[in-house]
Design a protein around this ligand. Structure first.
Ligand SMILES: Cc1ncc(COP(=O)(O)O)c(C=O)c1O
Length: 397
């Protein structure tokens, strides 16, 4: 008998982390690896947020916090949701957790029964499918088309709804594609959802502030969707605070209470110092966030220019987040010596081994024909990475 549970054996490993691990191993062998694989801003946490954390330490904010978050933070999130999204959520509808990843897991465990179907527009963020399976749910992958920047249409949504559908789970801006659902597109989806009042929506808006095209729009802003939407957000991406581990959700009180109950048994309240820091992040000083977003936009423009030189990168211009997600199926069947490229994983490994550039295979996100390149790194490194990739890719024939 195995010492491990069936549950843990069935859980897939996060492929983004696995690739980063491999890149570190090559680096340890002395290779100069450029990592375009990670999903975090390369900026520092803004000073006013760090000050708030220092004050919290000085003021001995070192005790357990209320499970759902300190009142100041739940209030600040409520304020932010009104200010930025014109959404009304009372603090009781908000639960703070140890990162948005934890938030989403809390939500899934709170609403999914074995056999429930969860519609996941594909490509999707790595952890969604495993989280759903872990809860006994069935991920229902709905592939978006390249022509529509991989976003799903109302028809595609409708034809995948069944009597078992419990949840629609998506991110906008999207990791890995950088696509953003417009207000009009969300209205179209909502017309279908109106016909199915029991379906919940998890709107993952963690990249809200990394948006190159203008105002963020949340599906929760559509009146008929508000009651059954759970908005997920956090400080990781917009405030360069990945390591602080603060995420949150806002939604119906019943769901917030369920997540609080679950969290109360598993982890308790999130880190107290990070919560006090996050209160400052929810305040009105968004200058550092905007400066960071502008930098990401410059780099986005740079990688679009650089990718024009790479014949096998078929891509659209990402409107948000910090990823380029080219279709690289042009290289399938091509070889360099012993190495033949059969799929995105092969290409990603080839780029790591030959160009010493770490990327992530689209297979991690549910699409076999793409790779993900993160531009959360300096322009100099991006230029060098593209130079190396072009040399390696040109050797494939
Ligand atoms: C789409 C999406 N959602 C959620 C998360 C989780 O963010 P965190 O747990 O750092 O708050 C990430 C992080 O990569 C993400 O890309």
């Amino acid at each position: 008998m195995s010492i491990l549970s069936d549950r843990i054996k069935q859980l897939g490993e996060s492929e983004t982390l696995a690739m980063a691990k491999r890149a570190r191993a090559l680096q340890a062998e002395g290779h100069n690896v450029i990592s375009l694989s990670t999903g975090e801003p390369d900026f520092f946490t803004p000073d006013h947020i760090k000050e708030a954390a220092k004050n919290a330490i000085q003021n001995n904010k070192s005790y357990y916090t209320p499970v759902a978050g300190i009142p100041e933070l739940r209030q600040a999130i409520s304020y932010k949701l009104k200010r930025d999204n014109n959404l009304n959520y009372s603090p009781e509808q908000i639960v703070v957790s140890t990162g948005a990843k934890h938030t989403i897991m809390n939500l899934i465990l709170s609403v999914i029964n074995p056999g429930d179907e969860v519609i996941i527009p594909t490509p999707y963020w790595v952890s969604y499918a495993e989280m759903v399976r872990f809860a006994g749910g069935i991920p229902k992958f709905v592939k978006g088309k390249f022509e529509n920047e991989y976003k799903i249409t109302a028809e595609e949504l409708e034809s995948n709804i069944s009597a078992h559908t419990k949840l629609l789970l998506f991110s906008s801006p999207c990791n890995p594609t950088g696509a953003i659902y417009s207000k009009e597109e969300l209205l179209e989806l909502s017309k279908i959802l109106q016909k199915h009042p029991k379906i919940l929506i998890c709107s993952d808006e963690i990249y809200e502030h990394i948006n190159f095209v203008g105002n963020h729009f949340s599906i929760a802003q559509i009146e008929s969707m508000y009651e059954r939407t759970i908005v997920v957000n956090g400080v990781s991406k917009g405030f360069a605070m990945t390591g602080w581990r603060i995420g949150y959700l806002a939604g119906p009180k019943e769901i917030a209470l369920a997540c609080e109950k679950l969290q109360g048994q598993f982890t308790s309240g999130a880190n107290s110092i990070a919560q006090y820091a996050s209160v400052a992040a929810m305040g009105d000083n968004l200058e550092p966030t905007y400066a960071m977003r502008n930098k990401f936009k410059e780099r986005r423009d740079l990688v679009i220019e650089l990718s024009k030189d790479i014949i096998g990168f078929k891509t659209f211009i990402p409107k948000g987040a910090f990823y380029l997600y080219p279709d690289i199926s042009y290289y399938f069947g091509k070889a360099n010596g012993e190495t033949t490229i059969h799929d995105a994983f092969d290409l990603s490994m080839y780029l790591l081994n030959d160009a010493h550039v770490a990327t992530v295979s689209g297979s991690a996100f549910g699409s076999e024909e793409c790779i993900r390149l993160s531009f959360a790194t300096s322009s100099e490194l991006l230029i060098e990475a593209f130079r190396r990739m072009k040399i390696s890719l040109d050797k494939l024939n």
